[in-house]
Design a protein around this ligand. Sequence first.
Ligand code: UTP
Length: 408
Amino acid sequence: MTLEEAKAKLEQFGQEHVLQYYEELERPQQEALLEQIGATDMSILESCHHREELAQKGVITPLACMELPEIEEHRVRFEQIGLDAIRAGKVGAVLLAGGMGTRLGSDDPKGMYNVGITHPLYIFECLVNNLLEVVHRADAWIHLFIMTSEKNHDATTHFLAEHQYFGYDSHYIHFFRQEMAAATDYEGKIFLEEKGRMATSPNGNGGWFISLIRAGLLDTVKNAGIEYMNVFTVDNVLQRIADPVFIGATMDRKCTVGAKVVRKNAPDEKVGVMCLEDGRPSIVEYYELTEELMNAKNEKGDPAYNFGVILNYLFYVPELERIVNGDLPLHVVEKKIPHLNENGVFVKPDAPNGFKFENLVLDMIHQMDSCLPFEVVREKEFAPIKNATGVDSVESARTLLEKNGIIL
Ligand code: UTP
């Protein structure tokens, strides 16, 4: 993009300040900035002025969950279906590791965090160990796709290579990068992170499938015969990945997506809950749950919206291909964004100071025709690490890991 074109684009979106240091830059930095301006979608930025409208929901009704007793009753059969699918190469796993983990506050990718006490035990290592249990059980390798972002790709790939992928066969590991989006202040003005660079952040975990395709990995999926992809988060150190029982149940019920859920521990617990929205599967966030929905009961007399998602979904690949060109809603999220302040000094805020623009994987559920919410035991499968201390922290995850017999 030429300087004139960049000026015109910035003027159109009210972002002229992005070029304020342009004259001070060396030629290569100038070119890099013009290229970044050309490649950045600025049309999404004005959405920060009507965040409430973006969050509008349709009519919410309950969606029945497959609960523990029903799972127990069919466990052996479901497990067999799942193991057969894994052995036939029909199941792949997708680790969403492109996030910034700002709440945890470490500069390294979250997966590099050491949760061990007497010996090193990294988050990535916990996840690989969990997946290896299934690999050994099925006696078949499972392709593992790892999504990173521009910000943490090199650190992630080097770390895993340095640790020999914690015993995973590297032929079955495939990295791909997600896209980035500009980050703004509360007025929607793009921050600069350097004099010649706009502040960007990963654009949310909802773009994982399109990013996988852009990285040329759909051929790998097809050639391997993968029909189901188990998408999971980097920060739940207890989760079961490619769980044969979950796979078997989702396949048996002929659902195009399965979602692992936990029973809420209080009506107002801060988790997104499974529901139907205008008759289609969906997730309603805790802050969207009205008092009425919170206290609603189903025909059994149990709370109707009682199962929270833990970001562990099993998607049917042909359905992913069907929805890939559809638009996902945009989420405008308040975050801490490091930037150059008005004096041109780089600062790292310790409280949220602006917006990031994200698409979320949970919105893909609403595009699917059928969804199986599948209950798992919270103490055995849900130990998220979001914060350094307190709720969903390193401390709470360590307690749960120890309860599950993991030596720290
Ligand atoms: P979170 O919503 O917890 O975000 O991600 P985060 O960026 O990791 O952490 P905070 O909010 O800054 O503290 C849930 C999962 O989605 C992945 C994360 O890596 C995590 O596994 N994710 C999130 C991505 O892969 N890309 C993104 O752009 C955002």
